[in-house]
Design a protein around this ligand. Structure first.
Ligand code: SAH
Length: 250
């Protein structure tokens, strides 16, 4: 099988992935550390995406050009936008859009100039196989994060959502901006800062892409106080459990 590229948005997630790889070797390209090795018997290259669209696009391009990965899976956290998309839920992207792309009136709002479209779809087969892994992990969250985190972050009835993710170079943390995005892109389930850029790079190279995001906040005025504790106690544990389960199933 082709080498699998795993992009993590947060340091803590990458650390959890590296702890699960028995043999990773560091290779530095473009100021980024790429970790080449195996996980569940599959050849993988794990890397921190870095934050924002350009940084993530450079990381994805290096994964493809220098490491020859045949598919990319992205994991990270995101702000919930859709109704009922709450902290601790997971969003599996079926398509992505850049919410801050606006070359109007030359091109329709959100359309990426010269691509003739605003949405970039994820790979159906890859996303379907990840969906099964996510469902398995969410069915028993406590096993992965422990009972304290379940209580602290109210993870009693977490669920998986599938659909549109919006990406842009802004950390959305005000109710006003959250409402604005909900109006501009009513189907968007979540907002983050990298996914649509990586989806575009993968479309350019004809590479299968999938993206999973754990909801860390509601992208509003009360983005919860302890973002980094949530990443450590919940999001990085979900990511490693979901990826590991998925790799085992291949
Ligand atoms: N304050 C954080 C900043 C992390 S940047 C820190 O101390 O590290 C935010 C990361 O989380 C990005 O990778 C982005 O994709 C994602 N993210 C989570 N919630 C978001 C939101 N409400 N708006 C935009 N990006 C969000």
């Amino acid at each position: 099988m082709a080498v699998i590229g795993i992009m993590s948005a947060m340091h803590e997630e990458l650390a959890a992935v590296l702890a699960a790889m028995p043999d990773e070797q560091r290779v530095t390209v473009a100021g980024r550390d790429f970790w080449v090795g195996h996980w569940q018997g599959h050849a993988v290259v794990a890397v921190l995406s870095r934050i924002g669209k350009v940084a993530a696009a450079t990381t994805a391009t290096a994964l493809i050009e220098r490491f020859g990965v045949g598919q990319i899976v992205f994991t990270g956290v995101a702000g919930g936008l859709g109704p009922g998309v709450k902290v601790g839920d997971v969003v599996l992207a079926r398509s992505l859009v850049q919410h801050d792309m606006d070359a109007s009136p030359l091109f329709p709002r959100h359309e990426v100039p010269l691509y003739g479209r605003s949405r970039f779809e994820t790979d159906t087969g890859l996303s379907d196989s990840l969906q099964r892994a996510v469902q398995a992990v969410l069915a028993d969250v406590q096993q992965h994060v422990g009972p304290e985190a379940v209580t602290e972050f109210a993870l009693q009835s977490v669920r998986l959502h599938e659909g549109l993710i919006a990406s842009g170079d802004r950390f959305v943390s005000s109710t006003a901006e959250c409402r604005y995005l909900q109006q501009a892109l009513p189907e968007a389930l979540a907002v983050e800062m990298e996914g649509a850029a990586v989806a575009q790079v993968c479309a350019d190279y004809g590479l299968p892409f999938a993206a999973l995001r754990t909801i860390s906040d509601r992208a509003d005025d009360d983005a919860h106080a302890d973002f980094s504790r949530f990443i450590r106690a919940v999001a990085s544990r979900y990511s490693v459990a979901m990826l590991s389960q998925w790799l085992k199933s291949l």
